[in-house]
Write a protein that binds this ligand. Structure first.
Ligand SMILES: [Zn+2]
Length: 362
């Protein structure tokens, strides 16, 4: 997230809170509950050399165990029930909107989920779900957004060739590193899914960066996941095989990505997951075709990264559930309290529907 956008959002949330508008508008919003989206939970940047503090492009994916604890305490103080996804889906199916619920979900299957998040959840007896990408658990996937950061972090220059073109990028200072990251991230993000992986593999090869070792260092393996799943607090959900943006794949391949991820989980963990999470989960990565694919595969629910609380509504689509990001750049209980009123999402929807009416691209 750009610094300007971050400051703008932070100022907006603070204003809503300070003026009390969030609570005022919130009284008219019927909320059934919240599904929180997390990725990594760890103390602040443990692997960052002191001279590179300014470069942390994936920081928004990471919150501290202390903040997680504060969030849980805040929810309990507001009399919100922290429950499993299974229980939340049961309530939603029964249209039981008497009490608000909160579910915690963690995407991708990072090792720190076990090392740092699990003890906090266990201490407070709070259920949570980890969405497992099967190639990551098999320690052969490309956690490409993290790999890109780590390739840039340890180097003052990046030199590589791709499709006959050589690039030489300076990345000595944290600012240069950030620019190079953004440039390469956007370049890779816009490639066709398979080409993206071939390109990253080629870059890693030329830089002698060991992608499988990187994946193994970051992500939980099947054995650790199996051990975690023995705890009734833990639910494991599917997150595809390769972490491709499904909407950008032909239908047969998208279906295969979902089904293979689930089948590998079934094989290694002895249970077929009932819940699913769309990789990236934004509008251009997961659309109505993909929601329908997940439904026909017989799953109970699927979450996106579309922003919002779960509305207390009869016609809820269980395969396109919105979530609230616990974002590493907004680790503040004040912001959380404003998000819990539902007001920022209601305002966002009004802006989006106006943009639709005006025919602007959103
Ligand atoms: Zn993911």
């Amino acid at each position: 997230m750009g610094e300007h956008r971050r400051k703008f959002l932070a100022a907006g949330l603070a204003t809503l809170h300070r003026t009390g508008l969030d609570r005022l508008i919130g009284r008219w919003i019927d909320t059934a509950g919240y599904i929180f989206m997390l990725h990594r939970v760890q103390p602040e940047c443990p692997d960052r050399p002191a001279n590179q503090w300014g470069f942390s492009p994936n920081r928004f994916l990471s919150i501290t165990p202390d903040f997680l604890e504060q969030v849980i305490v805040t929810l309990k103080n507001q009399d919100i029930d922290c429950i499993s996804l299974d229980d939340a889906c049961e309530r939603l199916k029964k249209k039981d909107f008497r009490r608000r619920f909160a579910c915690f979900t963690l995407d991708d299957g990072y090792r720190d989920n076990r090392d740092w998040a699990y003890p906090v959840f266990a201490r407070h007896n709070v259920p949570f779900t980890i969405y497992v990408c099967s190639s990551f658990a098999g320690q052969r996937g490309q956690v490409w957004w993290m790999a890109l950061e780590h390739m840039i972090l340890g180097r003052s220059q990046l030199e590589f060739s791709w499709r006959g073109e050589t690039r030489l990028l300076d990345c000595r200072t944290p600012q240069q590193k950030q620019l190079v990251f953004e440039q390469l991230f956007n370049w890779l993000r816009n490639m066709a899914p398979q080409e993206q992986r071939s390109c990253l593999a080629a870059i890693a090869d030329q830089l002698s960066f060991d992608l499988p070792e990187h994946c193994a260092r970051l992500m939980l393996d099947w054995q650790s996941l199996g051990e975690l799943a023995n705890d009734p607090l833990v639910t494991l959900g599917g997150h595809t095989k390769s972490h491709f943006a499904l909407a950008r794949l032909p239908e047969a391949q998208a279906r295969q990505e979902i089904a293979q991820g689930l089948a590998e989980m079934h094989m290694h963990l002895g249970q077929r997951p009932q819940h699913f999470c769309f990789p990236y989960g934004d509008r251009r990565s997961a659309g109505s075709r993909d929601f329908e694919l997940v439904r026909t595969l017989g799953l109970t629910s699927a979450v996106t990264t579309r922003k919002g609380a779960i509305p207390a509504r009869e016609d809820l689509n269980f395969y396109a559930l919105p979530r609230i990001s616990l974002n590493g750049e907004f680790q503040s209980i004040t912001y959380l309290e404003t998000l819990l009123t539902g007001t920022p999402f209601a305002l966002l929807n009004i802006i989006k529907s106006k943009e639709h009416i005006n025919g602007r691209k959103i």
